[in-house]
Design a protein around this ligand. Structure first.
Ligand code: BGC
Length: 733
C-alpha cells in the first residue's frame, strides 16, 4: 500500500462521523491535491456556525477565568475543531525559546530551554536557525501542539525594549533569513509556525496605546522587509498581528498592513491571528484579521456571536468569512495537520536537544574584548574567583510568555522580582539549571581553586579579587515582556561591582547575560568581556567552554551596542511615565536606518558595532570581486591565518548605491576553517537590498549606477572594497 493511501485511510478512520468507505472519501482528504484545492473543497462544506467557531479561540488557561475544555491543553490558545468534518482543533503553544508551560500549570511538563532568539541571531547561522526550528517543532508536536506561536522578528530599534531577546536583531536580512529558516525547521513537523508580531511592536511600554509612526517606504525597507524575507523563505502557516497601532490603526485592524501589504502585495496564503488582547472590533475582519486568539484577553468575543450577526446583516460579507476559514484550513493542510494528530505524550530526546541548544549557545556567545589574550584561561590560572549573577544557580532567562521551564527544575531556580498586583506576583527571574560556577570548576583543573562571592557587596568581592589570579564577574540584566528598561545600565549596582573588582584585580573578565545591548562604563578597566545573552539549557557549559578554550568564540553582534541610548533616535522611551490608557505617538525618525545604519548616518561611534565579535584565531580576507549587471554578486577569499581552528562570519556591506552613500548588510556567511585553511565565498545580493521602495508607484526601484561593496568583520571594519555598475530594475512590492 502506498504511503499516501495508508495515510488517507488513517485519516478516514479518524473521521468517525464522516464516510468511512474509501470509495466515498471526501476529496479534500486526498493528500495528492494541493493545500489550496483541499481547503477550497472542505471550506464549501462548513456551516455558518462552524465557520464562526473556527475564527475565534480561547486563552486556554484556568487562571484566565475559563474552564479549559477537556479536549484542550492548558497553554496559550485553543480553537476547537469541527468533528463533523474531521477538522482537528488548533492547540497553540508559545514559542521561540522552547515549549512553554505557563506558570507550570501542567505539572512536571518541562521542555528544552533554547538560548534567546537574539543569541541564535548572533550565530549568523541559517543552518542552526533551521536545526533549532526542527527540534522546536518536534517538542511542540510531542507535547500535543500543532501551532507554535513563534518565531518573532521585530527589528530591535531600541536597546531598552523588553522583548529584544525574543527577536533576531536589528537587520532585516539577518532577521528575515534566520527567521525564515527557523520557520522551515518548525514546519518540518506537522506544526504551523506563527511569525510575529506584525508589525513594529518595538517597545513594550504601553504597547496597547502606542501608535508607531513611520514613513511607509522606510517601513517596507526595514521591518516589513524582514517579514517578507522570512515569509518567502519559511512559508509560515500563520502571522500574528501586533498590539500597537501603526500609522493610525491598530496592527490587527490595519488594512494597509494586512490586506494591502501581506495579502495583496505579497500574496500571503495563510491566516492572520491576533495577539492575545489585540482586537478592538468586529470589523477588524474587514481589515484583514482572520482569527481572534485568546478571546478572554479582549473586551468582547468580537469574532463569535458579534461576527455572526455582522455576517447575517451583511456588514461583513459571507465571502470574507469564507476567506478567513479557507486560509486557516489551507495552512492546516499545507502543514499536514489533518494527517498527523499530535500525541500529547510523544517521545522527546532531551539529551540530543540539549546538545543542539548548547551548540547554539556556544556559537552565539560574543567575545567583545580580550586584552592581552587573557582568554582562553590556561592551567597556570590557579585561583579563580567567580562573582555575582547567581552564577552558582544557573543561567538567566527572560520573562513573559516565552518563559520556558526545563524538565525537573523547581522554584528554587527562580528569584522573585516582585511588584504590585497580579503581574507583580508573576515577576520571577528564572535560572536554567546549568550553573556557570560548576562548569568553571569542572574545567579549572586539579590544582586550581575556584571560589565564589555573591557580589552583593563590592568591597567584599574586591577583597577576594585581590587574592585571585583571575576574577570572573557575571552580570545580569533580567528583561521581560510587558516592560522596557528605562536606560541601558546594568541593574542593582552591578556596574559598581564590576568597577570595584576590576580595580582590585586588572585580570577581571566580565560575562554579561543580558536581553540585548547594555552600557559598559567600566569596559576599559576590565581585561575581557563576553556577551552570553540568555544561554538556555547547557548555557553554562557553552560559557565555560569558551572561557577555557574548548570552543573558539564565533558569535557576532546582531545588534549595535551604542555607547549610550542617547545616540539613538528616542532619548526616552515614548510614553514612559504616562498613565495606562492614554494614546500617544512614537515617532520613528530613523525610518529604515535602524541600529548601525542610524549610527553611520549620524557619524556616531558605538561601543561595539553590529556584526562585531572576536575569535581566538585571526582571519584575513582577499581577492574581492564585485559583479553587477542585473544583480549584484560578490566573491572573496577568507583565510584562517591564526593557529587555532575557528569559525568566522565575513560580512558584505553596500556602502554606496547609485552614487549615494549608504550602509547596509547585503550578505554574510558563517565558515569554519582549520589553521591555514582558506575558502572562496560567493554571495548573491537580494536586489531589494540594493534599491529603495517607491511608495507612490508601489514598486522596488534599483537605479542604474555605480554600487560599492565592502567586506569586513563588522559594520565598522571594512578590509576589502570593490565596485560595479547595476542596470536599472523595477520589482513588484
Ligand atoms: C504575546 C505573544 C504570545 C501570546 C500568547 C502575548 O502576550 O505578545 O507573543 O504568543 O501572548 O501567549
Amino acid at each position: 500500500m502506498s504511503v499516501e493511501i495508508s495515510r488517507l485511510l488513517v485519516v478516514v478512520a479518524l473521521l468517525g462521523g464522516v464516510n468511512a468507505n474509501a470509495a466515498d472519501t471526501p476529496r479534500w482528504l486526498d493528500s495528492r491535491l494541493s493545500a489550496d484545492e483541499r481547503a477550497e473543497l472542505l471550506n464549501r462544506e462548513l456551516t455558518l456556525d462552524e465557520r464562526i467557531s473556527l475564527v475565534h479561540g480561547i486563552w486556554s488557561r484556568p487562571d484566565r477565568d475559563i474552564s479549559v475544555p477537556p479536549d484542550a491543553i492548558i497553554s496559550a490558545g485553543y480553537v476547537p475543531g469541527v468533528s463533523r468534518l474531521g477538522i482537528p482543533a488548533l492547540y497553540e503553544t508559545d514559542a521561540s525559546l522552547g515549549i512553554t508551560n505557563p506558570l507550570r500549570l501542567r505539572p512536571g511538563d518541562g521542555a528544552t530551554a533554547f538560548p534567546a532568539s537574539l543569541a541564535l541571531a548572533a550565530t549568523f547561522s541559517p543552518e542552526l536557525a533551521y536545526k533549532s526550528g526542527v527540534i522546536l517543532g518536534q517538542e511542540a508536536f510531542a507535547k500535543g501542539f500543532n501551532v507554535l506561536l513563534g518565531p518573532g522578528i521585530n527589528l530591535a530599534r531600541d536597546p531598552r525594549n523588553g522583548r529584544n531577546f525574543e527577536y533576531m536583531g536589528e537587520d532585516p536580512l539577518l532577521a528575515g533569513m534566520l527567521g525564515g529558516e527557523n520557520i522551515r525547521g518548525i514546519q518540518s513537523s506537522p506544526v504551523v509556525a506563527t511569525l510575529k508580531h506584525f508589525a513594529l511592536n518595538d517597545q513594550e511600554t504601553h504597547r496597547h496605546w502606542v501608535n508607531a509612526v513611520i514613513d511607509p517606504a522606510a517601513l517596507r525597507e526595514s521591518d516589513l522587509l524582514a517579514f517578507q524575507i522570512a515569509i518567502e523563505t519559511g512559508k509560515p502557516g500563520s502571522i500574528m498581528c501586533a498590539y500597537n497601532q501603526v500609522n493610525g490603526p491598530y496592527a490587527c485592524g490595519n488594512d494597509f498592513l494586512l490586506n494591502r501589504v501581506l495579502k495583496q502585495d505579497w500574496s500571503y496564503p495563510g491566516w492572520v491571528m491576533s495577539d492575545w488582547g489585540a482586537v478592538y472590533a468586529t470589523d477588524f475582519a474587514m481589515h484583514g484579521l482572520d482569527q481572534q486568539s485568546g478571546q478572554q484577553a479582549d473586551a468582547q468575543v468580537w469574532f463569535g456571536e458579534l461576527l455572526q450577526k455582522a455576517v447575517q446583516t451583511g456588514a461583513v460579507p459571507q465571502a470574507r468569512l469564507s476567506d478567513m476559514t479557507r486560509r486557516i484550513l489551507r495552512s492546516m493542510f499545507a502543514n499536514g495537520l489533518f494527517e498527523h494528530r499530535p500525541q500529547k505524550h510523544g517521545q522527546i530526546d532531551y539529551a540530543a536537544h540539549a546538545q543542539l541548544v548548547r551548540e547554539v549557545a556556544a556559537q552565539g556567545i560574543v567575545l567583545l574584548r580580550n586584552r592581552d589574550n587573557i582568554l582562553p584561561l590556561t592551567s597556570i590560572t590557579k585561583r579563580i574567583l567567580v562573582v555575582g549573577g547567581y552564577a552558582d544557580l544557573g543561567v538567566l532567562s527572560g520573562g513573559g510568555s516565552s518563559q520556558v521551564y526545563e524538565p525537573n527544575t523547581d522554584w528554587r531556580s527562580a528569584i522573585r522580582v516582585g511588584g504590585e498586583g497580579r503581574a507583580g506576583a508573576r515577576r520571577n527571574m528564572v535560572f536554567h539549571s546549568s550553573a556557570p560556577l560548576n562548569a568553571i570548576r569542572a574545567r579549572a583543573g586539579a590544582g586550581a581553586t575556584v571560589f565564589f562571592d555573591d557580589g552583593r557587596y563590592p568591597a567584599a568581592a574586591a577583597a577576594l579579587a585581590r587574592k585571585a589570579d583571575v576574577a570572573i564577574v557575571f552580570a545580569n540584566q533580567w528583561m521581560t515582556e510587558n516592560e522596557d528598561a528605562p536606560d541601558m545600565s546594568l541593574p542593582q549596582g552591578q556596574d559598581a561591582l564590576i568597577r570595584a573588582v576590576a580595580q582590585a584585580n586588572p585580570r577581571t573578565i566580565v560575562v554579561v547575560e543580558t536581553g540585548g545591548a547594555v552600557e559598559m562604563p567600566w569596559v576599559e578597566s576590565v581585561a575581557a568581556v563576553m556577551e552570553a545573552w540568555y544561554a538556555g539549557t547547557g548555557g553554562a557549559d557553552a560559557i565555560a567552554d569558551i572561557l577555557f578554550g574548548q570552543v573558539n568564540p564565533s558569535g557576532r553582534l546582531p545588534v549595535t551596542f551604542p555607547a549610550s541610548a542617547s545616540q539613538y533616535p528616542r532619548p526616552e522611551i515614548p510614553g514612559w511615565g504616562k498613565p495606562e490608557g492614554e494614546y500617544f505617538e512614537a515617532a520613528h525618525p530613523e525610518g529604515a536606518a535602524v541600529g548601525y545604519r542610524w549610527m553611520a548616518q549620524k557619524g556616531q561611534a558605538p561601543l561595539f558595532p553590529f556584526g562585531f565579535g572576536l575569535s581566538y584565531t585571526r582571519f584575513e580576507y582577499q581577492d574581492l570581486k564585485v559583479r553587477g549587471g542585473k544583480q549584484l554578486t560578490f566573491s572573496f577569499k577568507v583565510k584562517n591565518v591564526g593557529s587555532r581552528a575557528g569559525a568566522d562570519v565575513p560580512q558584505g556591506y553596500l556602502v554606496s548605491a547609485a552614487g549615494q552613500p549608504t550602509l547596509r548588510l547585503v550578505g554574510f556567511r558563517r565558515v569554519t576553517l582549520a589553521p591555514g585553511e582558506s575558502t572562496n565565498l560567493e554571495l548573491r545580493v537580494d536586489p531589494r537590498l540594493t534599491g529603495h521602495f517607491d511608495a507612490q508607484a508601489n514598486r522596488w526601484r534599483i537605479e542604474a549606477g555605480t554600487y560599492e561593496v565592502v567586506v569586513g568583520s563588522s559594520s565598522a571594519e571594512h578590509s576589502l572594497r570593490g565596485s560595479t555598475s547595476l542596470h536599472s530594475l523595477v520589482l513588484p512590492p
